[in-house]
Ligand binder design. Structure first.
Ligand code: GAL
Length: 419
């Protein structure tokens, strides 16, 4: 009798335990959370991630996503927080990084697991373009799943504002651009809206690509490159001229603030990545073509200054099995076609359902196929974190002094040290 009672108690207990164990087999109990780290918190950034999390959470009731996004455009704050966590061996389950040199930093530091097995398991090996795979492969192995392709060299404008200022359409050449900026200034508009320092580097990058061309730009990131050339001097002088048409409170604005100045008709232009399309359309509910317009930055027609957000499997991820599934999910057509129309990016996958992509993104999908590629500096493709930091310091001084010669020497020194 006693034995039977004990048995009943044991079976009851086991049933209770089984009830709380997740059906999906992660084995960590109902309280487990898959920690995903990114910098997508604000307007134009969060909607895409939120949509992914919603799908994931529905399919994984015992392993919801813990969204550990750290605010700050281009990951300026997030990357610092992440570096500290990785150094303390407290990685999240998966984190965002940029394809190219930026991700290689983490790989070289031994902080990431190779994930070729995920590509095999989820059939991802053939779905991404070769030029992208080449950027995320390191010594023959893959370390991340790209969710998108962004374009950095876009000149955004408000068609109604241009009309008011007597500017006939988006300028194509630098001469046309400067005269458009002058017209806007004469009408008491902010000619070119600008924000905090990373957006100023973003502006510099697009001006340099527009001046040097994609070949000249690519050459700068090779060992022994000539940063001392008169062409670089000319590009930096052009950057200085363009800066003179920007708002003086730039340092205290976010990229969304600067884009909004255009949407609100207070500024004529803004040079920003195409996450601004997500912001104009999804957050500000503006109509493509009438509420906002776009063109390639002058001198960069048919050049795609590209970058790609990729997610990783850090070594020591606390919920590794779930992280593996998360990465497989991110690579899926469903995830990419959910995320990208909201984010203002085109999918990294080659087989997107193009019907789901609104006006700007339809244009981007076509451009991506035919354009010459230039890797982004500000968004991790061409230079590692250290080189980026040295360029940031040089740029910080330049923004104060506007001394081109001194800036160029600092860039020469950075290239010698970090290439
Ligand atoms: C980039 C990132 C984009 C976007 C942008 C602004 O570095 O790749 O996805 O978030 O920053 O924060």
């Amino acid at each position: 009798m006693k034995v039977t009672r004990a048995r009943i108690l044991l079976v009851g207990l086991l049933a209770g335990v089984l009830l709380v164990l997740p059906a999906s087999g992660y084995g960590k109990g109902s309280a487990s959370q898959l920690e995903v780290f990114s910098w997508w918190t604000g307007g134009g950034e969060a909607h895409g991630l939120d949509a992914l999390i919603k799908i994931w959470n529905k399919a994984h009731p015992t392993m919801h996503v813990k969204n550990s996004a750290v605010a700050g455009g281009a990951g300026t704050n997030a990357k610092a927080v992440l570096a500290q966590r990785l150094a303390a061996h407290k990685p999240p389950d998966s984190f965002q990084g940029h394809a190219g040199a930026e991700l290689q930093d983490y790989i070289k530091a031994g902080q990431l697991e190779p994930i070729d097995f995920i590509y095999k398991k989820y059939g991802l090996s053939q779905v991404f373009p070769t030029q992208l795979i080449n950027q995320i492969r390191y010594k023959g192995k893959l370390y991340s799943v790209p969710v998108n392709i962004h374009r950095a060299n876009i000149l955004w404008y408000n068609p109604a504002t241009l009309k008011k200022a007597g500017i006939s359409g988006a300028p194509k050449s630098w001469g046309q651009f400067i005269s458009a900026l002058q017209k806007a200034k004469a009408k008491n508009l902010i000619p070119l809206a600008l924000a905090e320092q990373w957006t100023q580097k973003h502006l510099m990058e697009t001006v340099m690509i527009g001046s040097l061309g994609p070949k000249g730009w690519a050459a700068l990131w090779k060992k022994g490159a000539n940063w001392n050339s008169p062409q670089v001097t000319a590009a930096l002088n052009r950057f200085k001229t363009v800066l003179s048409y920007t708002n003086t409170d730039a340092a205290s604005l976010t990229w969304q603030d600067a884009s909004k100045l255009v949407a609100d008709g207070k500024a004529a232009f803004n040079i920003m990545g195409d996450w601004a399309d997500g912001y104009f359309r999804v957050d500000l509910k503006k109509k493509a073509g009438s509420g906002y317009g776009w063109a390639a930055v002058p001198g960069t027609a048919n050049v795609y200054d590209w970058l790609s957000d990729s997610f990783t499997l850090p070594k020591g991820a606390p919920h590794r099995a779930a992280a593996v599934q998360w990465l497989g999910f991110l690579g899926s057509r469903r995830a990419q076609d959910t995320f990208n129309p909201l984010k203002g990016s085109i999918p990294a996958r080659k087989d997107a359902n193009t019907k789901l992509y609104p006006t700007y993104l339809k244009y981007a999908l076509v451009q991506w196929k035919g354009d010459t590629l230039a890797g982004s500096l500000t968004h991790g493709v061409v230079a590692n974190n250290k080189w980026n930091t040295d360029i940031d310091s040089a740029l910080g001084v330049f923004l104060q002094t506007k001394n081109v010669a001194r800036f160029q020497s600092a860039l020469v020194a950075a290239a010698k040290k970090d290439a």
